[in-house]
Design a protein around this ligand. Structure first.
Ligand SMILES: Cc1cc2nc3c(=O)[nH]c(=O)nc-3n(C[C@H](O)[C@H](O)[C@H](O)COP(=O)(O)O)c2cc1C
Length: 189
């Protein structure tokens, strides 16, 4: 599980899934294996607010299908965060994951947070949206990258905003798929 790809789309053959597959293929071309975690298929709930992780930074006390993958983040080489836009924001399946990421942060004395994830891991984000303007959901995307990537010390090596998905499906967009493949190659470094 060297590259861990969290995919929030419920559609196994949807746009997000095609882009995630291309990234993992690119990583594989460099001899690095990957695993797609389809969040919609997991029996998982959101954070239950127990705050147990404040006392044990890096450990989420909720035990469900997501638990082994939260643990796997600490040992992966790189992580992909992929989601469609639903109702002007990241899909709910992704928000459930983001809230559980709280457990990966510890409280600094005097305020602020530190990451319990070792530095040096690569990160890529994939967004698919129907709206044609790739900048439309910039704030939501910046938030997502901050919480799941840069805030935890990951090195961002790729960002795909797949816009206008109804008109131009990812599966038929050779240039976009090539971009995803190259990101996968960079993630394998
Ligand atoms: C419930 C729902 C809400 C959506 N809301 C938005 C939206 O607010 N903005 C947008 O650009 N696209 C929206 N879309 C379109 C999806 O983001 C788009 O079809 C995307 O490509 C789906 O990704 P997928 O094929 O990987 O599932 C919505 C789709 C669904 C099903």
């Amino acid at each position: 599980m060297e590259i861990l790809a969290f995919n929030a789309s419920p559609r196994p053959k949807g746009n997000t899934s095609h882009l995630v597959s291309a990234i993992l293929e690119g990583a594989r071309s460099q001899g690095v294996a990957g695993k797609e975690v389809r969040l919609h298929d997991l029996n998982t709930k959101g954070c239950r607010g127990c705050l147990g992780c404040r006392k044990t930074p890096g450990i989420c006390h909720e035990q469900d299908d997501l638990s082994p993958y939260l643990e796997a983040i600490k040992n992966c080489r790189g992580m992909v965060i992929a989601t469609p836009i639903y109702m002007y924001r990241i899909a709910g399946q992704m928000k459930l994951l983001v809230d559980r990421f709280y457990s990966l942060y510890g409280n600094k004395e005097g305020g602020g947070y530190y990451s319990t994830v070792a530095p040096g891991k690569t990160y890529a984000i994939v967004i698919s949206q129907g709206a044609p303007d790739p900048a439309q959901y910039e704030r939501s995307i910046r938030y997502l990258m901050g919480m799941t990537g840069t805030g935890l010390g990951f090195e961002v090596v790729g960002k795909i905003i797949h816009a206008n998905s109804h008109v131009s499906p990812a599966e038929k967009d050779e240039a976009l798929l090539a971009q995803a493949y190259e990101i996968g190659q960079r993630m394998a470094k």
